[in-house]
Design a protein around this ligand. Structure first.
Ligand SMILES: [Zn+2]
Length: 213
């Protein structure tokens, strides 16, 4: 699978390489345990391959989800609401496709409605559907923005993701405090500096403190 694969193809199972059996996947975990220096037959590890495979079913459930379908149900009765819709601090749990270790962070998603709006939880589900795959953060950011843009046809879409990569914090250069920030701005968020500024102010940690007042 490469970065240019359209969203629709990502969710097809027919074109994908044949899926190995559960037993084959568990055998692969035993091989990795032996590679690390372990005895997969010792008591504490006996159920580990089955647990790891079940964990993979959770971590990578996004391959079975269709982000386009998640956004299909929209609402047109908006009483003329045409301001920005922002969902911020959406937790991201993904896995780096280079090292297969976690990427943990948060996403902020905004759009400027055209004629249709979508249930706000659907934006979070689109984030999850793409995050629960092997990813690089740049591709994840682009896929979320492009899908919202294609399906909702809004006047603009903005996605910002900030995340920590365990391939950088627990190995390699060992920089646990470093986070990576990526963004994709489309339509008005790209073309209109005041729209972009408004969005960036809304997702800044200091904004909306009056909510608690
Ligand atoms: Zn990595």
């Amino acid at each position: 699978m490469n970065i240019h694969t359209p969203a629709a193809q990502l969710t097809q199972t027919t074109g994908a390489p044949e899926k190995p059996s559960r037993a084959e996947a568990e055998d692969a975990i035993r091989t990795l345990l032996r590679w690390a220096g372990e005895d997969p037959a010792r008591e504490g590890l006996q159920d580990t391959p089955a647990r790891v495979v079940r964990s993979y079913e959770e971590f990578f459930r996004g391959y079975a989800e269709d982000p386009v379908a998640l956004l299909a149900r929209t609402f047109e009765e908006t009483e003329g609401y045409d301001e920005m819709v922002v969902l911020r601090d959406i937790r991201i749990e993904s896995h780096c496709e280079h090292h297969m270790v976690p990427i943990i962070g948060k996403a902020h998603v905004a759009y400027l409605p055209g004629t249709r709006v979508v249930g706000i939880s659907k934006l979070a589900r689109v984030v999850d559907a793409y995050a629960h795959r092997f990813q690089i953060q740049e591709k994840l950011t682009a896929q979320i923005a492009n899908t919202i843009c294609d399906v909702l046809q809004p006047r603009g879409v903005a996605v910002v993701i900030e995340a920590n990569h365990q391939c950088m914090s627990t190995r390699g250069v060992h920089k646990p405090g470093a986070s990576m920030v990526t963004s994709r701005m489309l339509g008005a968020f790209r073309d209109d500096p005041s729209t972009r500024r408004e969005f960036l102010a809304m997702i800044s940690p200091r904004s909306c403190t009056s909510v608690e007042a």
